[in-house]
Design a protein around this ligand. Structure first.
Ligand SMILES: *Cc1c(COP(=O)(O)O)cnc(C)c1O
Length: 382
C-alpha cells in the first residue's frame, strides 16, 4: 500500500531528545527551543521567532496580539484549513471569505478591495501548497487601508515571494505576523508543532508575554526584571523542549528534505504533463512565487471523475486525497456568510486531488502511480 503521507524521521530526533532530557530542562523555552529560534532568526532575518504547540496556536496568538474583538472583520480565502478562520472567530471576529484565483487555490488579491469596510482589520494570506500569494499587492492594500497582514505560512517553509525586481523574500517574513506548522503532514515536522513569526517590532514584547501564560517570565529569566507576574492575557502556547529537540533534528536536514520533495514533485510533473490539459490541470507556480514541494496536486476537469479516480487508485492500494471543503458553506458558517458566491473555491473543493508526497516515496512508486493514472484516463476516456 502506498499511503498519502508518511512522516519522515531523519535519525537524530531521539539523540537530541535524550540530550534535552539529560540536560534537565524539558519544559518550554529550553536549550533546543532557543536553538530553533536562533535558526529562524539568523537565517530568515526575522525579528522574533516563537515555537508554539501548533500553527493553530500561532494563529490564535496572532488574533490576541492584534486585539481582535467582536465585530472586527478579517479577510481570508474560503479555500483554507479551519484553523485559519477559527483562530479569529474565537475572538469574535466576523470572517469575510473571498474567492481563489482561477488558476490557483490561493486567494485572488483583486477580490480584496471590494470587501474592505471601516471594520476590516486583517488580511490573512494563505500560501497554498507553499506557493506565495501576491504579497506586493496584499501589502499595498494593507498600507492603503491601514490593515494588518498575517501570513498563514503553515505549508510554506523554505519558499519565497519574488518581487518584480527579482528579489527573493522568504515567506513568513513579509506580513506583520506569520504562522508555520510542523504537523506531521508538513515538509518538516515534530508530530504537532508550530511557529509564530513576528516581523513588526511593536508586537515582540507582548508576544513573549502571551506565549508564557500572560506573564513576563521570559524577561525574568533573561535577568531584565527582578520578579515575574501576571501582566496580560495569554495562554500556554510554548511546546516542551522535547518537541523542540525533535524539530531541531528536522531543521538540520531541511535542505536535504526539500531537495528530495522537489525531485518527487518534478517527477510527477514530468510523467503526467502530456495528460494535461485534456483530463486535468497541472499545478501552477506564478512568476512571483517559488515551489517548495509541499503538495503535488491535479485539478481534474470533472468533479465526478475526480471521485472515481480516488476510488480507482484506492483499488490499486494507492491513497490519494482531496483537500479543503470550502469554508464559507460549511455547517458552522453557512448562516453567517453574506451570500457572495465563491465559484473558484467551490471548484477546487470538488476537483482538486493530492498525490502521495513524502521523503521515502521511491521513483519506481511514482512511476507506478502515474501509470495507473494514465490507464484510468486512457481506458475509461473519462
Ligand atoms: C496545516 C495547516 C494549518 C494547521 O496547522 P496545525 O499545526 O495542525 O495547527 C493551518 N493552516 C493551513 C493552511 C494548514 O495547511
Amino acid at each position: 500500500m502506498i499511503p498519502f503521507n508518511k512522516p519522515h524521521i531523519t535519525g537524530k530526533e531521539i539523540t537530541y531528545i535524550k540530550d534535552a532530557v539529560d540536560f534537565g530542562h524539558i519544559s518550554g523555552n529550553g536549550k533546543y527551543t532557543k536553538m530553533c529560534h536562533r535558526y529562524f532568526e539568523e537565517r530568515w532575518g526575522i525579528k522574533k521567532a516563537l515555537l508554539t504547540t501548533s500553527c493553530t496556536d500561532a494563529l490564535e496568538m496572532c488574533a490576541l496580539l492584534l486585539n481582535i474583538s467582536p465585530g472586527d472583520e478579517v479577510i481570508m480565502p474560503s479555500y483554507t484549513f479551519v484553523s485559519t478562520a477559527q483562530a479569529f472567530v474565537r475572538q469574535g471576529a466576523k470572517i469575510v471569505f473571498i474567492d481563489s484565483l482561477n488558476d490557483h487555490p490561493g486567494l485572488d488579491p483583486d477580490k480584496i478591495e471590494e470587501v474592505i469596510t471601516a471594520r476590516t482589520k486583517v488580511i490573512v494570506s494563505v500560501h497554498y501548497a507553499g506557493v506565495a500569494c501576491d504579497m506586493e499587492k496584499i501589502m499595498g492594500l494593507a498600507a492603503k487601508y491601514n490593515l494588518f497582514v498575517v501570513e498563514d505560512a503553515a505549508q510554506a517553509i523554505d519558499s519565497f515571494f519574488v518581487s518584480p525586481n527579482g528579489d527573493h523574500r522568504i515567506l513568513g517574513s513579509i506580513g506583520h505576523l506569520a504562522a508555520f506548522s510542523f504537523h506531521e503532514t508538513k515538509n518538516i515536522q515534530c508530530g504537532e508543532g508550530g511557529l509564530l513569526v513576528i516581523n513588526d517590532e511593536r508586537f515582540v514584547k507582548r508576544a513573549e508575554i502571551i506565549w508564557e501564560k500572560g506573564t513576563n517570565r521570559a524577561e525574568f529569566f533573561r535577568g531584565e526584571v527582578n520578579k515575574y507576574g501576571w501582566v496580560d492575557i495569554g495562554s500556554s502556547f510554548l511546546p516542551s523542549d522535547i518537541i523542540a529537540a525533535f524539530l531541531y533534528a528536522q531543521l538540520e536536514n531541511l535542505a536535504q528534505i526539500q531537495q528530495k520533495r522537489l525531485l518527487i514533485w518534478q517527477k510527477y510533473h514530468d510523467l503526467l504533463s502530456d495528460l494535461a490539459p485534456e483530463f486535468f490541470q497541472l499545478p501552477v507556480t506564478h512568476k512571483f512565487a517559488t515551489n517548495n514541494g509541499h503538495i503535488f496536486y491535479l485539478v481534474i476537469n470533472k468533479a465526478d471523475v475526480r471521485d472515481d479516480l480516488i476510488k480507482y487508485l484506492k483499488s490499486k492500494d494507492i491513497m490519494v486525497v482531496f483537500h479543503y471543503l470550502s469554508l464559507y458553506n460549511s455547517p458552522y458558517f453557512i448562516n453567517k456568510h453574506d451570500g457572495r458566491s465563491l465559484p473558484m473555491s467551490e471548484m477546487f473543493s470538488n476537483q482538486l486531488l493530492r498525490l502521495p508526497l513524502y521523503y521515502e516515496l521511491e521513483l519506481t512508486q511514482i512511476e507506478m502511480i502515474c501509470s495507473h493514472i494514465r490507464d484510468f484516463f486512457r481506458s475509461n476516456s473519462n
